[in-house]
Design a binder for this molecule. Structure first.
Ligand code: SF4
Length: 547
């Protein structure tokens, strides 16, 4: 029996779908993207803005096109969260930039890491954050220094091209691609092929919104595939061999939604073609009228997976795709923290700073440490962590001690391991509250309070500084959405709305689903550790079986 038809979007107004409504822009954003796309701003940055300074930057370039090169203005220091909604954007912004370095597949060499560390120290006041999309973000960047930063990054094969903007963003890849003993298939070559062919290519440089990709061939499904616009997850087909299961339409923030499977099997040779087909389908059929309805998930919600597959195959691919086997369940937790044996007998070590925060000197020291221990390779992860590869067995324990000294723990507490935080009010113009320090303080506090208590598995704590979901709050056991709360004395204090019970199969095998807002449940930043301690103790007391 076929499933019931999904209700179609009923609207007499055009939604800005190029193939349905034509390409006439329906808002100012779409107008400037068509007139002169984001990639064109690089020439002006190099020839004009870097020479004449911040004040010379034209408004649409500053607040639009510069994102296509990974540049956002950062928040002016000292503006409290209560003013985020009331001040004009230009009153909130500083003349410095956040610069996002895209690291496709999370794959880095020690030479590349050292270059990022040196740029952080020389141009970014030592700032560096590991993001939950395998990027590294630097802050305090002046437009005057951007051309030199690009020169240094590109000299070692790194780029900021399309790190932000309405484009194909960084491609998440398994952090243990090509080295894990239990890997099904190594996606490294596929990620390189897509990146080389399509990143910076004008045919996909004007999408309705951002387009997020994840590819893994590891059985732990370690790339949070459920919340990407398109994901390829390694699977065995009984007749066709090893290939990929295709998921589309995941995304958080407005109207959070987990991705759905199209039920197809993709042989490795067709991954780049299918990726391009889905991206082109999004370009041509995605909704462009309202930016908060423009992600691929809204189109999938209206079409459903059957229609999506039919249009993909008939209009964007050369031949139809074979049906795939049922989805495989992940085999284990996929954050790769700790010490693990590689296929070649050497070891990889997953380490965690606090909530992704590192620094230029930390990155430079790490590059030195790696090389001193016989390795030149490492990976970033979708969990704000790092994985160091190719460590000889006899070096593992001494390296772990040295890593601890630079703030990278290979054997962290459960809370340090499973807490992530977004940028927050320190740099983000949309933020209402501070996040990184609040989360770090809570972790340190919880490590003391719950020392000696047997917490059966990591309890994830994700901290956002505003209603957006850069730290994926709906996918955490405890998700915290920043807002100001009454202090009982007529004023306001930083705090959080609580979401409970979210999870991704790829992070916690037993828990796939979006967390729920608990009506009225809010906690101040100051009481955060108290609150988490209470929840954890109650969970331990009340849980049944292996819950
Ligand atoms: Fe900024 Fe909000 Fe994203 Fe945090 S969740 S980085 S505060 S936009």
């Amino acid at each position: 029996m076929s499933p019931p038809a999904r209700p179609q979007r009923q609207s007499s107004r055009p939604n800005g779908q190029w193939k349905v409504d034509g390409t006439a822009p329906l808002n100012a954003n779409e107008a400037w993207k068509q007139e002169d796309g984001g990639l064109s701003v690089r020439e002006r940055i190099e020839k004009i803005y870097s020479k004449r300074g911040f004040e010379s930057i034209e408004d649409t370039d500053l607040h639009g096109r510069m994102r296509w090169w990974g540049l956002y203005t950062q928040r002016k220091p000292g503006i409290d969260g209560g003013k985020t909604a009331t001040l004009e954007p230009h009153e909130l912004e500083d003349k410095y930039f956040m610069l996002r370095v895209r690291i496709d597949g999370g794959q880095l060499t020690s030479t590349q890491l050292r270059v990022i560390g040196e740029i952080s120290t020389e141009f970014g006041r030592d700032s560096a954050d590991l993001t939950d999309r395998q990027n590294i973000q630097l802050h305090w960047i002046r437009v005057e220094d951007v051309p030199e930063i690009w020169r240094r990054l590109e000299a070692v094969g790194l780029q900021t091209t399309e790190a932000c903007g309405d484009v194909p963003r960084v491609i998440l890849g398994s952090p243990v691609a090509g080295i894990a003993a239990d890997e099904l298939i190594d996606p490294t070559g596929l990620i390189s092929e897509i990146t080389a062919r399509y990143i910076g290519d004008l045919s996909l440089a004007n999408l309705p919104r951002k387009f997020k990709t994840a590819i893994t061939g590891h059985p732990s499904q370690d790339v949070v595939h459920e919340i990407n616009d398109i994901s390829f997850v390694g699977v065995e087909h009984p007749e066709l061999g090893t290939g990929f299961d295709l998921w589309v339409g995941g995304g958080l923030s407005t109207a959070p939604r987990l991705a759905e499977r199209l039920g197809v099997f993709i042989i490795p040779e067709r991954v780049a073609e299918v990726w391009q087909g889905v991206a082109a389908l999004f370009r041509d059929y995605g909704y462009r009228r309202l930016r908060n309805k423009a992600r691929l998930k809204f189109l999938l919600a209206d079409w459903g997976p059957e229609k999506f597959r039919r249009i993909l195959e008939s209009e964007f691919l050369e031949t139809a795709l074979p049906d795939g086997p049922p989805a495989a369940a992940p085999t284990r937790q996929g954050d790769h923290v700790g010490v693990h044996k590689q296929a070649d007998g050497r070891f990889y070590i997953g380490v965690t700073p606090f909530v992704g925060r590192v620094s230029g000197p930390t990155l430079t020291s790490l590059a030195d440490l790696l090389e001193a221990n016989g390795s030149t390779r490492l990976r970033t992860t979708p969990h704000q962590k790092l994985v160091l590869l190719d460590i000889p067995e006899e070096k593992v324990e001494s390296l772990i001690v040295a890593l601890d000294k630079i703030g990278l723990a290979a054997r962290p507490s459960l809370f340090r391991r499973s807490t992530i935080a977004c940028t927050g009010i320190e740099y983000c113009k949309l933020a209402i509250v501070e996040t990184k320090q609040a989360a770090t303080d809570a972790v340190l506090d919880l490590e003391q309070r719950l020392a000696g208590i047997d917490v059966p598995q990591p309890i994830s704590l994700h901290v956002n500084g505003c209603p957006n979901s850069c730290a994926r709050i709906q996918t955490a056991d405890i998700g915290l959405k920043g807002q100001l709360l009454p202090d009982g004395d007529g004023g306001q204090v930083p705090g959080f709305q609580v979401h409970l019970g979210g999870g991704l199969a790829s992070v916690d095998r037993d828990a796939a689903g979006l967390g729920r807002t608990v009506r009225g449940l809010k906690v101040t930043a100051e009481d955060l550790a108290d609150y988490v301690e209470r929840i954890v103790l109650r969970f331990i007391a009340d849980r049944t079986g292996s819950e």
